[in-house]
Design a protein around this ligand. Structure first.
Ligand code: PEP
Length: 250
């Protein structure tokens, strides 16, 4: 892994948590944050808990963010949350185009890129998620699908690309317990890296996500183009999440 790209381990809590559970989880993360060494730690909480994340994490090295953002700045968009609102709650990060948003809410790659641009305009750092389904992979189409997902993001240009993060999350590995092998993950990360280099943004960080656990983290993160992890289920267990960060930090 290049020393010039700071490693990042980010939790995606999805639609989990409660005030009581989060207090315990966040408290344990704060107590154990030193185990991450120089690796950045972050959590993406559900919207209602961003205030709680800010309250607990404000004076700590752990940053926080949201799991989605509206493409609109303001107005009659019932149920939507704007990037400026997320910035108001001290968010550093926002996930854009998680596969569950793409699959369950019909988000197109053009919309995902527009959300990323909107987030950046409010000073947030988007984490743009891409990844193929199992049928895409089995058909030999993984790179083609990921290339299509990336295209409108790459079109945002080098300056924008240098301020965001890409997360490669094979859909078949999310929440399934089935992880891409280090070689499979590295091959796609190298493909994404090459696209970023062609667009003048070779130092943009690329996270891997999909059933990451402490047990598989070291092997994944020894790959040269894997700059950290986006962690779902394992991010809800403080010790497991910190063990992943410790493995990345080695
Ligand atoms: C995710 O939802 O971003 C994710 C990677 O989930 P999991 O770690 O549970 O596979």
């Amino acid at each position: 892994m290049s020393q010039t790209r700071t490693r990042l381990v980010m939790g995606n809590w999805k639609m989990h948590g409660s005030l009581v559970d989060n207090a315990a989880l966040l408290g344990s993360l704060v107590s154990g944050a030193a185990r991450a060494g120089d690796t950045q730690l972050a959590v993406c909480a559900p919207f209602p808990y961003l205030a709680q994340a800010r309250q607990v994490l404000a004076a700590t090295p752990i940053s926080w963010g949201a799991q989605d953002v509206s493409v609109h700045d303001r107005g009659a968009y019932t149920g939507e949350v704007s990037a400026a609102m997320l910035a108001d709650f001290g968010c550093t990060w926002v996930l854009c185009g998680h596969s569950e948003r793409r699959a369950l809410h019909g988000e197109s790659s053009a919309l995902v890129a527009a959300k990323a641009a909107t987030a950046l305009a409010s000073g947030l750092a988007p984490v743009v998620c891409v990844g193929e389904t199992l049928s895409d992979r089995d058909a030999g189409d993984a790179e083609c699908v990921i290339g299509d997902q990336l295209e409108p993001v790459l079109a945002l240009g080098a300056d924008t690309l240098s301020r965001l993060v890409i997360a490669y999350e094979p859909v078949w590995a999310i929440g399934t317990g089935r992880t891409a092998t280090p070689d499979q993950a590295q091959a796609i990360h190298a493909f994404i890296r090459a696209a970023l280099v062609r667009h003048g943004a070779g130092q943009t960080r690329i996270l891997y996500g999909g059933s990451v656990k402490a047990a598989n983290a070291s092997a994944l993160f020894s790959q040269p183009d894997i700059d950290g992890a986006l962690v779902g289920g394992a991010s809800l267990v403080a010790d497991e999440f910190l063990n992943i960060a410790a493995a990345v930090a080695q």
